[in-house]
Design a protein around this ligand. Structure first.
Ligand code: FAD
Length: 506
């Protein structure tokens, strides 16, 4: 009798173990009717690649991956998912450069958007129609052949058009031309019901505004019409060092206020911390040890980064403009370095860093990144509380810290993307782009939590960018006055809540 009980207990344990294994690995078979004419790949290497992202923090296993050959394939898939007997969720995936599984779907279908690439420049060269899986680097290459280019850029170009527009797309040109979402004229979108809709500010505006910065919640973008302008040939690219935060931000803010004058075309800023890796390589070899010593001496050094684009015939005028601008800035005397590079090399600068990190095995590591918008009125409190008190006191900091102001009126409030809901003209973009090891990841994540807590306790009204919340109340707080519209749009365009479940909103 005792033996029988032991055997039953053992069998029960084995059944439990087996079912928990299948649940955690989420290998759910997706059976699509033949009439859909779609191939769902369950190849282990494809499933494994689709289970991870750039963040290297989460693993979420999909049931299958499709590589669409046209937007009609996506429409049939979503139409079936919304109306078929077996409901599964669907996530569009660009390069999977998300940080916390935002492009994932547990047990559902991943649509590999990089299967859909194309760039067609309009006859008048005022815009390009771009398939959503195209990388920005390829948008540049194709448009530059015609002497034109998009007007606003992210720092990194190996991300997809659709994935970026679902977030916002920010970088050093935002103060002049707005985020990438502000430079879109029209979209083709397949809603969660499988409808194919074209939308713009005039046509289906509810969908247009919803999808831009909409975290993939209302539809899958298949085509975007992107604004183009003249593509300059070259860039004068500068970095200048400051030891005083107020002087640094004053110069940054003055430069971004010159939107209607001949000022710089690009502006960002970095922070060098004495407990972090100080990359002095932008400076000539003879100055690199001086830069490193400066960081050691002050603990924190602020790096103003600007660029002025030009074509060769304009060089004499541009040189005069640059001379006047740099003379008006209050950086530490002698601590300025300039590179004269092609426009493409300037825009594609992060790929050089990627290649370096890949060769050292440091690209595919956990990335507990924290991206924030901070109101200008509280940037000094943020600096004192976060940079001086939290980051500088970390045992070691690794990765890059960005800090630069931008003009708030370049965002269109009707779009889903959120920035602080404050009555101020300038907001700061902060990127704490840390790299971790599996061992120190928890410590770095708790530093991020400490930063968020500090901002909350000090009443600094930040908004996160590329955020990942798991509690509904955090999403409601994030979307603030836009939450009601956001959830109404979900009911309208994706009532079965099929799309991008990795964002954990609904
Ligand atoms: P994914 O990560 O694959 O997808 C992002 C989200 O969009 C997911 O929810 C997904 O389901 C959804 N989605 C994807 N495609 C579509 C589509 N066609 N239609 C609807 N929903 C879709 N961002 C900036 O703004 N500025 C920067 O300077 C910047 N620099 C970066 C540098 C590096 C090295 C990296 C790795 C990322 C950087 N990013 C930057 C972040 C980048 O914008 C995000 O990673 C973004 O998610 C785009 O990546 P992706 O194309 O791989 O999209």
């Amino acid at each position: 009798m005792a033996n029988l009980r032991l055997i039953i207990t053992l069998i029960t344990v084995l059944i439990c173990l087996f079912s928990s294994f299948t649940k955690s690995s989420n290998v759910i078979k997706i059976d699509l009717p033949k009439s859909l004419n779609l191939t769902v790949s369950t190849d282990p290497s494809i499933i494994s690649a689709a289970s991870h992202d750039f963040g290297n923090i989460t693993t979420v296993t999909p049931g299958g991956v499709i590589c669409p050959s046209s937007s009609a394939d996506i429409s049939r898939l979503l139409h079936y998912a919304a109306n078929g007997k077996s409901t599964f969720q669907v996530a569009a995936r660009g390069q999977g450069h998300s940080l916390n599984g935002q492009a994932s779907v547990s047990g559902g279908v991943i649509v590999n958007m990089t299967c859909l690439t194309n760039v067609v420049v309009s006859k008048d060269k005022k815009y390009a129609d771009v398939a959503a899986g195209t990388l920005w680097v390829d948008v540049f290459k194709k448009t530059a052949e015609e002497g034109v280019s998009p007007v606003s850029w992210t720092d990194y170009l190996h991300i997809t058009v659709g994935g970026t527009l679902s977030n916002g797309g920010i970088g050093g040109q935002v103060f002049r031309n707005g985020p990438l979402i502000s430079n879109v004229l029209e979209l083709d979108v397949i809603t969660g019901k499988g409808e194919v809709l074209t939308c713009s500010r005039q046509l289906n505006p509810e969908l247009f505004y919803g999808v831009l910065g909409g975290l993939g919640q209302f539809g899958i973008i298949t085509r975007a019409r992107i604004v183009l302008d003249h593509a300059p040939k070259r860039a004068k690219w500068f970095r200048m060092l400051y030891s005083d935060f107020t002087t640094f931000t004053k110069d940054q803010e003055r430069l971004i206020s010159m939107v209607n004058d001949i000022g710089v075309d690009y502006l960002e800023g970095q922070i060098f911390l004495s407990n972090g890796v100080v990359d002095t390589s932008f400076f000539p070899p003879s100055d690199q040890s001086k830069v490193a010593d400066l960081v050691k001496e002050h603990g924190v050094i602020y790096v103003l980064e600007v660029a002025k684009y030009y074509d060769d015939p304009n060089l004499p005028i541009i040189s005069k403009v640059i001379d006047t601008l740099t003379k008006s800035l209050s950086y530490l005397p002698g601590f300025i370095s300039m590179h004269d590079v092609s426009y493409f090399d300037f825009l594609n600068r992060v790929q050089v860093e990627e290649n370096k990190l890949r060769s050292l095995g440091l690209w595919e590591v956990p990335h507990p990144w924290l991206n924030l918008y901070v109101p200008k009125s509280r940037i000094l409190d943020f600096h004192d509380g976060v940079i001086k008190d939290i980051l500088l006191k970390q045992k070691t900091a690794s990765g890059l810290a960005l800090l630069y102001p931008t003009n708030r009126n370049k965002w269109d409030y009707r779009m889903s993307a959120m920035i602080p809901e404050i009555d101020e003209d300038v907001i700061y973009i902060i990127g704490l782009l840390q790299s971790a090891t599996p061992q120190n990841l928890p410590e770095m994540e708790s530093v991020n939590e400490e930063i968020i807590r500090f901002c909350k306790d000090s009443g600094i009204k930040i908004k996160q960018y590329l955020m990942h919340y798991t509690r509904k109340e955090d999403w409601i707080e994030h979307f603030g006055s836009k939450w009601d519209d956001f959830s109404k749009r979900k009911d309208l365009f994706d009532p079965k809540k099929l799309l991008s479940p990795g964002q954990d909103i609904f």
